[in-house]
Design a protein around this ligand. Structure first.
Ligand code: NAD
Ligand code: DAU
Length: 360
């Protein structure tokens, strides 16, 4: 397959998560011929409320089917894959810190789950297209320059290793079994409906409650930020126009240190820097991610949202959707937070303010 717009029946795994739900909302809103089945296990990170804007619109709701199930379960996957023109695999355990504490589920979903999906594609009569949503973390820390799609895979966390393994399985099925598959590698994504365990929503929601903001190490790690609707648009473009067997970087092109991100968000929230606590670093913490985005630019995509505007829109969304994030910070949240941050916060120091003492 070279390119086509005629992919009308989509199976979106992980469609109740952050980026998957943005994709579903976006595509059902823009393409009135498209029907989507979401297959989602509803882990702590999945939330059907992320699909509420679709459910609240009768016309879009009629084109959405939700199935609760596990991508590692062939009985759940087989019939759904058999009825789809294309499968987009967003399903994953997505938090690096949790992969350090409890890696098993990362491997089950990221490797076994991908294998189950690929086997189902292989035996499906219609030869559906398969898109694997991957990450810039597969390149490991990129201390200078930018990684293009040919750069070696050098994952450094259990999360990144599981994502790299999933990608390699996809590649093997393209070569060995002739599956029609493409891979995207996205950079750090942010925006509405982002689970509050991740840097930006954690710090925004903690700051709204005047709680400490646990900044790892010196805070000079660098990430390339990508607004979630830009990421969803890139994935849809690769689904429809990506070349079979190819991989595409989705580069946010907004590189910032974590200190810069925190400084900006505190300024927008009108909260003091004194909330920021310097805590013990993440083990194996990747210093920098940076990707060359020219291959996807040649396909016709570029990010449309500046980081400053995207961050402001994100913070406005969290302010307006307190019930959503308080629900996400319930259940297992307190136990997990204590495990992840209890000791760190007990031994924290005040982080030096931006521009003083640390070379920013
Ligand atoms: P998320 O954690 O918000 O959502 C993951 C979703 O997958 C949840 O709805 C969860 O319930 C579901 N899920 C987990 N295990 C499952 C299983 N075994 N079967 C079915 N559903 C399952 O994650 P996200 O941030 O939306 O990330 C989505 C994808 O994008 C992931 O593959 C991630 O690796 C990739 N990615 C994320 C980013 C980022 O910055 N968030 C950047 C690049 C790539
Ligand atoms: O780069 C793409 C990846 O981005 C995705 O593949 C992952 O699914 C996604 O979670 C994200 O991974 P990161 O580890 O970069 O994101 P996180 O929000 O966890 O952390 C961003 C940076 O902030 C990182 O340098 C660690 C730092 N950090 C994070 C947290 C949660 C802190 O300093 N303190 C924190 O409490």
């Amino acid at each position: 397959m070279g390119s086509t717009d005629a992919l009308d029946r989509l199976l979106v795994t992980g469609g109740a998560g952050f980026i998957g739900s943005a994709y579903v909302r976006d595509v059902l809103g823009r393409r009135d011929g498209t029907r989507i089945t979401v297959l989602d296990k509803l882990t702590y990170a999945g939330n059907e409320a992320n699909l509420a804007p679709v459910r609240d619109d009768p016309e879009m709701a009629a084109r959405l089917t939700f199935v609760r199930g596990d991508i590692a379960d062939p009985n759940a996957v087989g019939p759904l894959v058999g009825r789809a023109d294309a499968i987009l695999n967003f399903a994953a355990e997505s938090h690096v810190d949790r992969s350090i504490l409890d890696p098993a589920a990362f491997l089950t979903t990221g490797v076994v789950g991908v294998h189950v999906l690929l086997e189902a594609c292989r035996s499906a009569p219609g030869q559906p297209r398969f898109l694997q949503v991957s990450t810039d973390e597969v390149y490991g820390s990129v201390d200078v320059g930018e990684a293009d799609e040919q750069a070696p895979l050098a994952p450094r966390s259990p999360y990144a290793a599981a994502k790299a393994a999933g990608e390699l399985l996809v590649r093997s099925y393209v070569i060995t079994h002739g599956i029609d598959a493409v891979v995207t590698r996205g950079s750090n994504t942010y925006g509405p409906y982002h689970h509050p365990e991740k840097l930006i929503p954690l710090f925004v929601t903690n700051a709204l409650d005047d709680r400490p903001l646990p900044l790892y190490g010196d805070g000079l790690q660098r990430r390339e930020w990508l607004y979630v609707s830009d990421h969803a648009a890139a994935i849809d473009l690769v689904l429809r126009h990506g070349m079979r067997g190819e991989t595409y970087n989705v580069a946010g092109a907004s590189e910032r240190t974590n200190r810069e991100v925190v400084s900006l968000l505190l300024e927008y929230l009108d909260k003091p820097w004194s909330l920021v606590k310097q805590v013990e670093d993440r083990p194996g913490h990747d210093r920098r991610y940076a990707m060359d985005g020219r291959k996807l630019a040649a396909l016709g995509w570029q990010p449309t949202m500046s980081f400053e505007k995207g961050l402001a829109a994100t913070i406005d969304w969290y302010r307006a959707n307190e019930a959503w994030w308080r629900a996400a910070r319930s259940g297992e949240w307190d136990d997990w937070y204590l495990r992840q941050y209890g000791q760190r916060l007990a031994t924290a120091t005040s982080a030096l303010p931006p521009g003083s003492g640390v070379v920013d």
